[in-house]
Ligand binder design. Structure first.
Ligand code: NDP
Length: 449
């Protein structure tokens, strides 16, 4: 045979594993190179451990809320090594599942760093591997800007393995990871400050959603500082960190977590040797078929800088494998991608924000609802749930759906199906609610704002 493999995949994360398995199931001879951990960011230092930490940190409030229901919870205390190590055990279990899954599918796992050496060749350690098609799925890596003392900060790679849980923490950034970790650290008991360089965090989300989260996080005691950016950090003899902000204010803290975006992980990937083009952001440039500037080399997932979400990488990897080895037309639909932010309270959203809807449609109706969750009538907690629907007046189509509140992701996933199917507001209205739930509010909003 001309090549060692029909398909050789660089990176066993969400996109790479899915593409490998599907390709192998379609009869291709497949190998996958991984230098770090099976499952990639999502399984190891992303979605999965993050969600486990969110559960862990929420008990803090659950114990408080229990009182109104007659429970006495005395002597509750939190032990970080237990949460950290149980989480790690679970991640190791998942790594094993990934290993078995790839093995059972007949995919060869090649451990080590992979580097392209030509259009059909990859070097892993001393091994030169040839393949008819190569897929780049190396993912992304946390980005930390350079400033005096930037070597003292940690990123989402390290926060999951902290030796000691900090008494005080500073989170820098205003995206998904920053708001999620501000909630986790605060819920687990750290005095938490979140600093964001702009007016209001979660740029790109619906403004009412951003404002609601701000209010709720403030109620929970997270010290939110907007229009604030770090100028420098000094490490003191006692190990604590002296942070100086650009406005001259200072903060002494134990841990500084930078969550200022992720960049495509293309270091030493040999892109130049193979002639693979990257854009100004360092992302691999691909066409409609995930083909790079080198026809035998493809790329999916975070490295192509389209949508940095696991389910999107899965869809891309699957579509590419079916296209290459199953003769299927390549079809990834980027419309109506729902997403959730596991902040506390959580956010979920699908479709357009109000700002986008006003830009694109002549006339829209906005329905909003803000209410106290039934649970908090007895818990006494002053937390509001927020829901919003945006409707095109001309066609009655629901353009966007947003929620801040408990289980937002669980609720909005179903609504994403409705929006993708083109549901109108009339269909929402004719849907019978499930009572008593918070979700039923989405089918009972009758009067536009
Ligand atoms: P995001 O791109 O979401 O946010 C980055 C944040 O850092 C923004 O607030 C940005 O500010 C700020 N920032 C960027 N550069 C600087 C700088 N030089 N100095 C100060 N602040 C800066 O990145 P994240 O790291 O939070 O997450 C990466 C991606 O991972 C997300 O985009 C998301 O797609 C994915 N993810 C998804 C999750 C989910 O689905 N629940 C969870 C976690 C991650 P500004 O807005 O002003 O540019």
């Amino acid at each position: 045979m001309k090549y060692d493999y029909d398909f050789f995949v660089v990176g066993a994360g969400s996109g790479g594993v899915r593409a490998s398995r599907i390709a192998a199931s379609l009869g291709a001879r497949v190998g996958v190179a991984e230098e770090r951990y099976l499952g990639g960011t999502c399984v190891n230092v992303g979605c999965v451990p993050k969600k486990l930490f969110v559960y862990g940190s929420h008990f803090h409030e659950d114990f408080q809320d229990a009182r109104g229901f007659g429970w006495t919870v005395e002597g509750a205390s939190f032990d970080w090594p237990t949460l950290r190590d149980n989480k790690t055990k679970e991640i190791e279990r998942l790594n094993g599942i990934y290993r078995n899954m790839l093995g059972n599918a007949g995919v060869d796992i090649v451990e080590g760093h992979a580097e392209l050496t030509g259009p059909n060749t990859v070097k892993v350690g001393d091994r030169e591997i040839t393949a008819e098609h190569i897929l780049l799925a190396p993912g992304g890596w946390p980005f930390v800007p350079e400033f005096p003392g930037s070597e003292h900060v940690i990123t989402s790679n390290e926060v999951f393995y902290l030796e000691q849980f900090p008494k005080r923490a500073l989170v820098v950034g205003g995206g998904y990871i920053a708001v999620e970790f501000a909630g986790i650290l605060s819920g687990l008991g750290a005095e938490t400050v979140q600093a964001y360089r702009g007016e209001l965090f979660l740029r790109g989300f619906d403004e009412a959603v951003r404002l609601t989260l701000k209010e709720e996080m403030l109620k929970k005691g997270v010290d939110l500082r907007f229009n604030t950016n770090v100028a420098s950090i000094d490490k003191k003899d006692d190990g604590s960190l002296d942070v100086t902000f650009e406005d001259g204010s200072t903060l002494n803290t134990d841990v500084v977590l930078y969550a200022t975006g992720r960049r495509p992980k293309i270091d030493n990937l040999g892109l130049d040797k193979a002639g693979v083009e990257v854009n100004a952001k360092g992302a691999v440039v691909v066409d409609d078929h995930f083909r790079t500037s080198v026809p035998s080399i493809y790329a999916v997932g975070d490295v192509i800088d389209r949508v940095q979400l696991t389910p999107v990488a899965l869809a891309e990897g699957m579509a590419l494998a079916k296209y290459l080895f199953g003769n299927e037309p390549l079809n990834v639909d980027y419309d109506h991608i729902p997403s959730a932010v596991f902040s506390q309270p959580s956010i979920a959203t699908v479709g357009l924000t109000e700002e986008q809807a006003r830009e694109r449609y002549a006339d829209i109706d906005v329905y909003t609802s803000r209410f106290r969750h039934m649970k908090h009538t007895l818990s006494g907690r002053d937390e509001k749930t927020f829901m919003k629907l945006l409707v095109d007046k001309a066609t009655d189509k629901v353009l966007g759906c947003h929620m801040v509140g408990a289980d937002a992701g669980e609720i909005v996933q179903g609504l994403a199906v409705a929006l993708k199917a083109g549901a109108t507001k009339a269909i929402f209205d004719s849907t019978i609610g499930i009572h008593p739930t918070a979700a039923e509010e989405f089918v009972t909003m009758r009067t536009p704002d």
